[in-house]
Design a binder for this molecule. Structure first.
Ligand SMILES: *Cc1c(COP(=O)(O)O)cnc(C)c1O
Length: 382
């Protein structure tokens, strides 16, 4: 019985190995390991890829979000509206500025923040709205832009999972005031370690982010604000520059793989039993993850089956942020965000990477079918 990995990074590395090694050696030989020409070139290339004017490379996607919040002057007493169904960084960065994350529930079909829930959360203390483009698909930006414009609020894109995603033909990264990317290895564009980047078209915010990523230092040894050491390593910039020209091809392969899953699931008669991901209107989904919904109460049994069958999977995310121990002081409880809470009980990410083969995907879907035929009758997927 052959297993299928959730993600296979080696499959992407192998064809680029010599080019990546040359890029790394170029940095080592140059003696310029911190910032320098590789970082400047990556910042320019990523900004131009996504239709923004400037990029600021940093240590991680988490740093990118922190830089954006600091550049916008967000701190104690301020509120930032975010979804509760996302990776912890979205909320953690807000808390660490001293501001308060205010949650707005998600849409049940796309798992992205629900614009209707945003508006009722706006108070005089609201300083920004930060939608997350979850699983590689942009949030429903048009109504978010309208709400933001009406209340004079900047929009920060948490685009960590959505490099290359589009909304109304425009790339994630050009859909708000500042957008934040992660180059964590398994993201759409990933390096071999931690790195991130923020993009914006505002020169003033760019300069502030450059200052915050260097301990608020400007000029040298004079600190206007308290920043931190949040630079991107030149080695990662060089690796990412090798990979960037390939990213569109990889996204197309992810989309092809998603279509194959759609067809295999449908042909196996599994529709209604599991719910396939929804590609929303105006969205170019990049399938950083292919996440299905499994009939409530049965996801965890399927997970055990996958473990036995060596099928890779992940649950993004098993607990919503409003119920996390460290955010207890915000005073939320069970039932406050029912759509997010329901999502945590039924989502399941299937193996997904650009190089996944039809055989591997067939194996995954056959495994689900086998589980279904031996399982007790189930309620239909939500
Ligand atoms: C990965 C991720 C981040 C953080 O990126 P790191 O590079 O791991 O710091 C932030 N938000 C979301 C939604 C993510 O998926």
């Amino acid at each position: 019985m052959t297993g299928v990995p959730l993600c296979d990074l080696q499959a992407q590395y192998r064809p680029l190995q010599s080019e990546i090694e040359r890029a790394v050696c170029r940095v080592l030989a140059s003696g310029q390991a911190i910032l320098g020409p590789e970082v400047a070139a990556l910042e320019k290339e990523v900004a131009s890829y996504c239709g923004a004017a400037y990029g600021v490379g940093c240590g991680s996607g988490t740093d990118a979000i922190s830089l954006a919040l600091h550049a916008l002057g967000i701190g104690a007493g301020d509120e930032v509206i975010i979804p509760p169904f996302t990776f912890f960084a979205t909320a953690g960065c807000v808390v660490r500025t001293g501001a308060t994350p205010v949650f707005a529930d998600i849409c049940p079909d796309t798992f992205n923040i629900d614009p209707e829930q945003i508006e009722r959360k706006i108070t005089p203390r609201t300083k920004a709205i930060m939608p997350v483009h979850l699983y590689g698909q942009c949030a429903d930006m048009k109504p978010i832009w309208e709400i933001a414009a009406k209340h004079g609020l900047p929009v920060i894109e948490d685009a960590a999972q959505a490099f290359g995603a589009e909304y109304q033909g425009k790339k994630a990264g050009s859909l708000g005031a500042i957008a934040c990317y992660s180059f964590y290895p398994t993201k759409n564009l990933g390096t071999y370690g931690d790195a991130g980047l923020s993009v914006t078209s505002d020169p003033e915010w760019t300069e502030r982010m450059q200052v915050y990523r260097l301990h608020g230092m400007k000029p040298k040894y004079h600190h206007q604000v308290v920043g931190w050491m949040g630079r991107i390593d030149a080695i990662h910039a060089a690796i990412l520059r090798v990979k960037l020209p390939h990213v569109d091809g990889w996204l197309q392969k992810r989309r092809n793989a998603a279509s194959r899953y759609d067809r295999l699931i449908s042909d196996a008669g599994l529709d209604g039993w599991i719910t396939r991901p929804v590609e929303a209107k105006d969205c170019f989904h990049t399938y950083n993850q292919y996440v299905v919904r499994v009939g409530e109460g049965h996801r965890d049994a399927l997970v055990k089956h996958f473990q036995a069958e060596k099928i890779g999977y992940e649950i993004y995310y098993p607990m919503p942020l409003h119920l996390q121990q460290c955010l207890k002081h915000l005073g939320y409880g069970h039932g406050d965000f029912p759509v997010s809470e329901a999502a945590t009980r039924c989502v399941l990410a299937l193996p997904m990477f650009p190089e996944i083969t039809l055989e591997q995907q067939t194996r995954v879907v056959e495994s689900i079918s086998a589980f279904r035929s031996q399982a007790t009758p189930m309620r239909r997927a939500a």
